[in-house]
Design a protein around this ligand. Structure first.
Ligand code: SAM
Length: 329
């Protein structure tokens, strides 16, 4: 039954991905509850499949869990005609915090994939995450389409994929801020791979909250991406970051850096996220829920994978900000 399901998905989602020229996509997402895996296909120089196993409850005997893994491996390898070593298994534990960013191995082998004409590096073995959140493909496309002629700010920039898209879409400059030197280096490599090596593309290692709280001179940003982790408690920051608790403050701080007609895209992966509309309205911000248009076809079974919002200044505030920007110019 599992093989049949996979065959059906390959026929439907696989065909859609080929038609749309999408090389990396989710093929299967726990469609059958007894096979609680997410299977992601990456067409790099060769095809790889990353199988994330949602941790089995303790009530499932280990032998049964292992047998399921074998079935998944055999089906994937046969249907996609892959050697077993290109099907990488990972367990996604249900916990908060930085766990999903911890290292699993240390092979440091990066593979190149393509997305909407951009070249991006992914890693299949070292971490639970590969360096590219596939559910955010439409959001990166939105960044690409909005970036022309704007300065782009990427907060919690991770591997900088959105910065590459912004630059490729014609951004005047990109600034990527992240706490992790490893991810910033990855972002630098992604930018360089696409030819964006000049000083227009800044990489800043900082706690975004502290960075946003510092007084900041200079030109405002026409486009800001604020993709906030659900929870963060890195040693390199003071206190913790909790997207439900802190989102309104983060959005208000980031919006101060927005040009009069600027667009702020805010997103997170908290399933039960509740937007603090009142606080943002009080700050003169107009907030639009764009989650539905940012859930790609391959994540349709899981529409709560992320939530996403388009934020602008309300009209009267835009006029006020325009006057301020003009007098500063
Ligand atoms: C893109 S965000 C989170 C993506 C996704 N929304 C999620 O929930 O997993 C992940 C990035 O946030 C960075 N990060 C975590 N806490 C941070 C902080 N306080 N300031 C800057 N970057 C931070 C991590 O280093 C990582 O690169």
């Amino acid at each position: 039954m599992f093989t049949n399901r996979l065959r059906k998905n390959l026929r439907e989602v696989g065909r859609w991905a080929r038609r749309e020229h999408i090389d990396c996509y989710r093929l299967y997402d726990a469609d059958m509850p007894e096979y609680a895996f997410a299977l992601d296909v990456y067409r790099a120089e060769q095809t790889w499949v990353v199988a994330q196993e949602y941790e089995a409850p303790a009530s499932i005997p280990k032998a049964r869990a292992a047998a399921r893994r074998e079935t998944v491996l055999a089906s994937v390898a046969a249907l996609l005609e892959l050697p077993a070593e290109r099907v990488v298994f990972k367990t996604r534990r249900r916990h908060r915090g930085h766990g999903q960013y911890l290292r699993l191995a240390c092979e440091d082998v990066l593979h190149e994939v393509r997305e909407d004409g951009c070249r991006l590096l992914v890693n299949f073995s070292d971490r639970v995450d590969t360096g590219l959140f596939l559910d955010h493909r439409p959001l990166r496309r939105m960044v690409h389409d909005l970036a022309s002629g704007r300065r782009f700010l990427n907060l919690f920039a991770y591997t900088g994929a959105a910065s590459v898209h912004a630059a490729a879409g014609g951004a005047l400059a990109t600034t990527s801020v992240d706490l992790s030197a490893t991810y910033l280096d990855w972002a630098r490599r992604n930018l360089a791979l696409n030819g964006f090596v000049d000083e227009a593309h800044a990489l800043i290692q900082a706690d975004c909250l502290a960075w946003l709280n510092e007084p900041r001179e200079g030109e405002p940003y026409g486009l800001i991406l604020l993709d906030v982790p659900t929870f963060s408690n890195s040693k390199r920051m003071t206190g913790t970051l909790d997207v439900q608790r802190d989102h309104a403050m983060l959005i208000r701080l980031a919006a101060r850096l927005l040009s009069a007609d600027g667009v702020l895209l805010f997103s997170n992966h908290l399933r039960r996220f509740r937007m603090d509309h009142r606080s943002l309205a009080d700050a003169g911000l107009a907030v639009e829920d764009i989650t539905r248009e940012t859930i790609p076809r391959d994540f349709a079974r899981n529409p709560r994978i992320h939530n996403c919002w388009r934020i602008r200044r309300r009209a009267e505030r835009r006029a006020r900000r325009s006057r301020r920007d003009a007098s500063n110019a």
